[in-house]
Design a protein around this ligand. Sequence first.
Ligand SMILES: [Zn+2]
Length: 262
Amino acid sequence: MRETAARYLDSHCHLQASRFIPEMSRIMARARTAGVTRIFCNATREEEWRTVVDLAAREEEVLPFLGIHPWFAESARADWEVRLMDLLLQVPAGIGECGLDKSCRADFSLQQQLFATQLQMASELRRPLVIHCVRAWGRLLELLEGCAGPLPPMMIHSFSGSIETLQRLIRLGCFISFSPRLATDSTIHPCFLATPLTRLLLETDGQGRPAPANEQTMVYDEPAAIPLLYQSAARMRDMELHTFCHEIWRNGEIFTDTLFPR
Ligand SMILES: [Zn+2]
């Protein structure tokens, strides 16, 4: 009996990026050829919500996430949360990308306000939430640990925090997603290896950056490139690739379970 081919999940990217749009049919064809059959596509501001919803309606591999990224906190117009809620009630979508980022210029109190609203919305609607966090782990943990309602399913994307932070996020039930930085930045390795297999996800974080000149750089930017990250990640964990892919696929299904029942 032939073993079924590996199915890959790209747990975080931005297919709506302007450099991807004119290439979309080729990007999706390359993804399918590579076995990448599920892609979590994240909007970063209100202007992108409709594009992401339309993309997900056209491409069955694409699951949409709608939110406001901390970099774009200042793009939030009055009543954005009313319009986001309306759209979420019409469309099966997760919430994100949202979060906290002290390395960007957007006002930090505004970032916290937007993040708290999206967290609360995800909790109320039981939608999966995609979290971006840079240099703001203490505040993120305070907000999550102090959350009054039940926490939604959560993913920390492109994780880059400490082991202590990782352990607290795991206790809160978060999935931890690693980007191709895993292959280039060895300081991430201890956290990658300390993440329980049942909480692990892998992403391209693709946003339309030019393709790499050299495959060895592992700076891949479209979903079709993710099998290479899976290969190096499976090697680091001393796991057989097919089994590893299966586990990550299942984690993605559990993360989106409230939205797309298995
Ligand atoms: Zn992102």
